[in-house]
Structures are given as structure tokens and as C-alpha cells.
Design a binder for this molecule. Structure first.
Ligand code: HEC
Ligand code: HEC
Length: 182
């Protein structure tokens, strides 16, 4: 963070407004609200701008960020990316083992690429790809479905839609279970 004054404004927004759904420091405890603590800075800022512009639709998020400036969005991306992410919890170990294979190897018979190719082997992502590690199962499944049915179409070059359209419902659940434990 270059400007200390901006940092304090941003942390106030984060700990009052965003806190209501995304929880303490972005570690949401409610499955429908994504964890954003430790998420990639570039990715967070991109999502906020796209909720604002209508490129990513969501009835809950869109009205909340209407009052934010580009500077706020960049600052919030930096602030949440620096928060320590709390680990997720695997609820079904057997299902997670099925998902593990898909995550690291993909599914050759249906043309699903390995998730690790973009999201990294530990699910931490990088400047180009979001962090998935520790995310709530229900949220991951909801986004995979959104990409598959086109409700979410803000992935450049349709990279994520091309992956999701090849996933079955069972594969989505399995890979989301594995991701929760990364
Ligand atoms: C009233 C609840 C609510 C509040 C308050 C809220 N959010 Fe969200 N946020 C959501 C929901 C629900 C989603 C998931 C949207 C979807 O399913 O596409 C979301 C998604 C996001 C995402 C995308 C996460 C991802 O992994 O793609 C980011 C980033 C985000 N919110 C940041 C913020 C910030 C920053 C604030 C504070 C300025 C905030 N949110 C306030 C409910 C909320
Ligand atoms: C070719 C690269 C690529 C591969 C392979 C890939 N993804 Fe993605 N994924 C992306 C990109 C890029 C985004 C973010 C799109 C955006 O900017 O909104 C994304 C977003 C996601 C999201 C939404 C994250 C969030 O916080 O909302 C999930 C969940 C996801 N991917 C799961 C997977 C799974 C599971 C696999 C393997 C079956 C996979 N991805 C394979 C590139 C990839």
C-alpha cells in the first residue's frame, strides 16, 4: 500500500461494510458468501470492477459496491489479499479423494484440463488466476454452475467456461470438496 491515509479508509470499509457478509478479515463463515481473505489482489479488484460495470452479475454484491471509487476497489483488493486465510474443512474425505484426482490430472475422457494448470498445485493461484484453496464447497459449486450455464461470463477468453461446461454435477461436488481442504 503506497498511501497510509487510503489504507485506513479501506480497512474501515472492510471491517464495517464487507464484514457483514464476508466475515472477520474476509474469512466468511457462511457458505454462500465467499472467503476473500488471502485472495489474489488483482483478482479481487477485477471482480469488484466487474460487479460495478455489470460484467459480473449478482443481486447482492452489485448494489453494495455502487458507492466505491476505483481507488477504493484497488485498496480493498490489496487489503483483503494481505489478510490471513483461515483453513476450510473437508466434510467427506472419500469425495475429496475423487476431487483430488480431477484437480491435479483433469479428466482425459471428457477433455477437462487439470485445475492445477492454472490455479496452481496448492490452489493458491497467482497474479493471473484466483486462489481457490479453503473455499466453501457451496460457493465453489455455485460458481462452476454459473460458468457452465453462462450466468457468469467475466472470464477472459472463456477459459473457465470452457472448463466448467465439461464438468458433471458429481465432478463439481468432488472437486469443491477437495478444494475446501487445500
Ligand atoms: C450483503 C452481503 C455482502 C456484502 C455486505 C459484501 N458482499 Fe461481496 N459478495 C457477496 C456475495 C453473495 C458474493 C458472491 C456473488 C456470486 O455468487 O457471484 C460476493 C462476492 C464477492 C467477491 C468475489 C469473490 C470471488 O471469489 O470471486 C468479492 C471480491 C467481494 N464480494 C468483495 C466484497 C467487498 C470488498 C465488500 C465490501 C465493500 C463486499 N464484498 C460486501 C455478498 C456480500
Ligand atoms: C486455463 C486456466 C484455467 C483452468 C485449467 C481452470 N481454471 Fe478455474 N478459473 C480460471 C480463471 C481465469 C478464473 C477467473 C475468471 C475471472 O476473472 O473472473 C477461474 C475461476 C474459477 C473459480 C471461481 C473462483 C471464485 O473465487 O469465484 C472456480 C471455483 C474455479 N475456477 C475452479 C476451477 C476448477 C475446479 C478447475 C479444474 C476442473 C479449474 N478452475 C480449471 C482459469 C482456469
Amino acid at each position: 500500500m503506497a498511501l497510509p491515509a487510503m489504507a485506513s479508509d479501506v480497512s474501515t470499509i472492510a471491517t464495517t461494510v464487507c464484514f457483514a457478509c464476508h466475515g472477520e478479515n474476509g474469512n466468511s463463515i457462511t457458505p454462500i458468501f465467499p472467503k476473500i481473505a488471502g485472495q489474489q489482489r488483482v483478482y479481487i479488484t477485477k471482480q469488484l470492477k466487474e460487479f460495478a460495470s455489470g460484467k459480473r452479475a449478482n443481486d447482492i454484491m452489485v448494489p453494495i459496491i455502487q458507492g466505491l471509487s476505483d481507488t477504493d476497489m484497488a485498496g480493498l483488493g490489496a487489503w483483503f489479499s494481505e489478510q490471513k486465510a483461515a483453513p476450510g474443512k473437508v466434510e467427506d474425505g472419500e469425495l475429496a479423494m475423487v476431487g483430488k484426482r480431477l484437480f491435479h490430472e483433469g479428466n482425459v475422457s471428457t477433455g477437462v484440463p487439470a485445475c492445477e494448470g492454472c490455479h496452481q498445485a496448492d490452489g493458491e493461484g497467482n497474479e493471473r488466476y484466483p486462489r481457490l484453496a479453503g473455499q466453501h464447497q457451496a460457493y465453489s459449486v455455485s460458481q462452476l454452475n454459473n460458468f457452465k450455464n453462462g450466468t457468469r461470463a467475466n472470464d477472459r477468453g472463456k477459459v473457465m467456461r470452457a472448463v466448467a461446461e465439461r464438468l458433471s454435477e458429481d465432478e463439481m461436488k468432488a472437486v469443491a470438496e477437495y478444494i475446501a481442504g487445500l
